[in-house]
Design a protein around this ligand. Structure first.
Ligand code: AMP
Length: 281
């Protein structure tokens, strides 16, 4: 595996692979890699000849400065994990390499998908995500890129950005990887205290349990209220939202018949760590 910190060297690597007739798959990450990320590397290698991964903690997508400051960083360990999983090239740029001297926010309009859930609670977050992924796509020029369904709404945003920018890059979605406890893997899990780590799996557990209430005939609103109440009983949890939506439009549903593919998305503080997850009903 080669590691490069510059777009120029990355372009040379890509040009060399293209000259050999190789296809390029790409996995953008913010590092502190876990099995969720590594599943994307392995999925990429099943579809494309070459896997490029990036590790870049993107300042423009953090609406909370403390979250940016405390975001785990472990580039040496990440390098080893990527190499072990068959990645061919790691792009590890500095903030300056990505943005130049001045880091400026870009404006995007994603319509309703950019305004609900994460869009509502984290103003500017998706603009920052789209901005950095656009720059990374221009630097890597991949045939396809893999994203995890853990960030379900983000995939819709990326698809919209790709359409707006007219990129011919295939966007692949990969399933959520969970710990044995059911907790969705996340770099932010490292920041949980030991006590909170022990209760964090309740998030997924209660979401799953709520499916039984659906079967018993409770409405989406009643089911959502039950999940919020159950989780908020724990001192450490504070549910920011639990929304049961149409997986295509991300709009809330009133009745279970309102959509064929229904997804429930949660954002929940566990201590001072903000976790997200989702399940299909
Ligand atoms: P991040 O480093 O958090 O920006 O994540 C980089 C990519 O890994 C994104 O496409 C995420 O959706 C994906 N990802 C993060 N956690 C998981 C997980 N537990 N399962 C599957 N994909 C994940």
């Amino acid at each position: 595996m080669i590691t490069t910190k510059t777009k120029e060297e990355l372009s040379r690597f890509i040009a060399g692979e293209r000259a050999k007739g190789h296809t390029i798959g790409f996995v953008p990450t913010m590092g502190a890699l876990h099995n969720g990320h590594l599943s994307l590397i392995r999925a990429t290698l099943e579809v494309y000849d070459i896997c490029v991964a990036s590790v870049f903690v993107n300042p423009t997508q953090f609406n909370n400065p403390r979250d940016l400051e405390t975001y785990p960083r472990q580039p040496e360990k990440d390098t080893i994990l990527l190499e072990e999983n068959g990645c061919h090239c790691l792009f590890l740029p500095s903030v300056e390499e990505m943005y130049g001297e001045e880091v400026l926010q870009e404006e995007y309009d994603f319509g309703i998908i950019g305004k609900v859930m994460e869009g509502e609670k984290r103003p500017g977050h998706f603009e920052g995500v789209a901005q950095v992924v656009k720059r990374l796509f221009l630097a890597v020029s991949p045939d396809g890129a893999f994203f995890g369904e853990k960030d379900f709404q983000q995939i819709a945003i990326i698809r919209s950005m790709v359409e707006q920018e007219n990129f011919s890059i295939r966007i692949h979605a990969a399933p959520i990887v969970r710990e044995l406890s059911g907790l969705a893997m996340s770099s932010r899990n490292q920041r949980l205290t030991e006590e909170n780590r022990a209760i964090a799996p309740m998030i997924y557990k209660k979401m799953q349990e709520s499916k039984e209430l659906k079967e018993k005939g409770l409405s989406p609103k009643e089911v959502a209220e039950w999940v919020v109440k159950e989780l908020n009983q724990y001192e450490a949890f504070e549910v920011e939202y639990y929304q049961i939506v149409n997986a295509e439009t991300l709009l809330p549903i009133k009745k279970w018949e309102d959509a064929e593919d229904i997804i429930a998305c949660i954002a929940c503080y566990c201590g001072d760590v903000r976790l997200i997850d989702n399940i299909h009903y």
